[in-house]
Design a protein around this ligand. Structure first.
Ligand code: ADP
Length: 389
């Protein structure tokens, strides 16, 4: 404890300075030293201290607060004028909190926006503590700190987050649009094919009985399928929107495979080896989409090959339902076996590279797995497993 401070009673721990035997400092009055330290600290932290007498509304500021408001240090302060430096909204909040603190003898803190005497916008963190005497609020004491830089950084982060959310939404919508385009391509192409073949039938002198009726029915089925695709894609973002029903996948697969074959050139052999008795919990439209994607890829893979054969087989392996689509095409290069499931990976001239990525999303959302491999005798083999209901 130091005692050479000309009547000042402030205790000064020797360790506070590190060199308790430093002669010039020892001679400096403690109060002055404290003031210097305070001034330095408050300039560094851009903070000032204020006090307001509640009976007279008289304000006392340290230099730090004058500096924050860019007012000449020591100038006369009138509270009714000072509050006009506050932004309207900040002033309202501050007055509300101040009144509540005075009523309860409590304290508060608030970030307020001001415009300084020189017209600069600043964010200030205000803290206030009401002092009471005999149960009556008599004074408010507090600090004001410049937090403009911190606020600007925070606003920047918020703006960036906003942009990120926007970009995320835009890319999700982009993915949705590509998926829709990809999935709708198939029923629309089938509708065009059926319409073209009906036109051919109608040019014949004798129209076979039922031809028009069958063609129109096929077109109608494709149109319903297209609208079911749109419905199921709309439900994609919310899991609750997904349809889950107990179904025998055989009928769904048979129908999907024949849809995928529409438009395939003559000479292609499709073998269906479908076991029965399995039940899965699934959205039929989405399972159809997977099968259409796999069979459509197989059709395109065997195009131009001497032997054009596709085998769609199903069975039960342990607790899973298994679907395989094998083809007699050129197969998948071994280094591509994994990446074929990535979005936008395509070796086709007009391919979108989305079919397998969508299929994987659907299969995994059903708790299943999808994998690609090659057959020993050549050709690709895709395997889907889905949990049995
Ligand atoms: P896309 O058919 O639009 O290219 P997919 O995601 O359905 O998109 O397929 C991605 C890629 O995987 C294809 O471009 C092709 O290179 C490869 N692929 C898919 N199925 C087969 C298959 N049965 N045989 C050989 N390659 C295949």
């Amino acid at each position: 404890m130091r005692s050479d401070d000309e009547g000042q009673s402030l205790p000064v721990p020797a360790a506070a300075y590190g060199h308790s035997d430093e002669a010039p400092r020892q001679q400096e009055p403690a109060a002055e030293r404290y003031k210097k330290m305070y001034d330095r600290a408050s300039a560094l932290a851009r903070i000032g201290v204020w006090e307001c007498d509640l009976a007279t509304e008289e304000l006392t500021w340290t230099d730090g607060v004058y500096d924050l408001f860019e007012l000449p240090r020591g100038c006369a302060l009138d509270r009714s004028e000072i509050v006009t430096f506050y932004d309207e909204d900040s002033r309202r909040q501050m007055e509300r909190k101040r009144a509540a603190a005075i009523a309860s003898g409590g304290s508060f803190s608030l970030d307020v926006k001001i415009r300084t005497a020189k017209g600069n916008a600043r964010w200030i963190r205000l803290t206030a503590d009401v002092e009471t005497e005999n149960g009556r609020s008599v004074r408010i004491f507090g600090t004001k700190q410049d937090i403009t830089e911190a606020k600007a950084a925070q606003e920047k982060v918020q703006a960036l987050q906003g942009e990120l959310i926007h970009a995320g939404r835009a890319s999700a919508m982009g993915a949705m649009a590509s998926t829709l385009a990809h999935e709708l391509n198939q029923p629309l192409a089938a509708i065009a094919n059926y319409a073209a073949s009906m036109r051919r039938v109608l040019t014949k002198p004798v129209v076979p009985p039922g031809a028009v009726e069958n063609g129109l029915k096929a077109i109608e089925d494709c149109a319903f399928r297209a609208s079911a695709i749109i419905r199921s894609l709309r439900a994609l973002p919310s899991d609750a929107g997904w349809l889950r029903e107990c179904l025998d996948p055989t009928a769904v697969i048979r129908e999907a495979a024949s849809i995928a074959l529409s438009g395939a050139s003559k000479g292609l052999v499709l073998k269906m080896q479908l076991g029965d008795g399995a039940t899965i919990l699934a959205d039929p439209v989405q399972i159809q989409q997977v099968v259409i994607n796999l069979v459509r890829n197989a059709v395109e893979a065997v195009e131009g090959e001497d032997r054009r054969e596709i085998i769609v087989s199903t069975g039960v392996a342990g607790t899973a339902f298994e679907l395989r689509v094998d083809d007699s095409g050129p197969g998948i290069p071994p280094d591509r076996l994994q990446s074929v499931f990535d979005a936008l990976v395509s070796t086709k001239r007009s391919g979108m590279g989305l079919g397998l990525s969508i299929s994987r999303t659907i299969v995994e959302a059903h708790g299943g797995r999808i994998s690609a491999g090659n057959l020993p005798g050549g050709g690709a083999s895709f395997r889907v497993t889905l949990p049995l209901a």
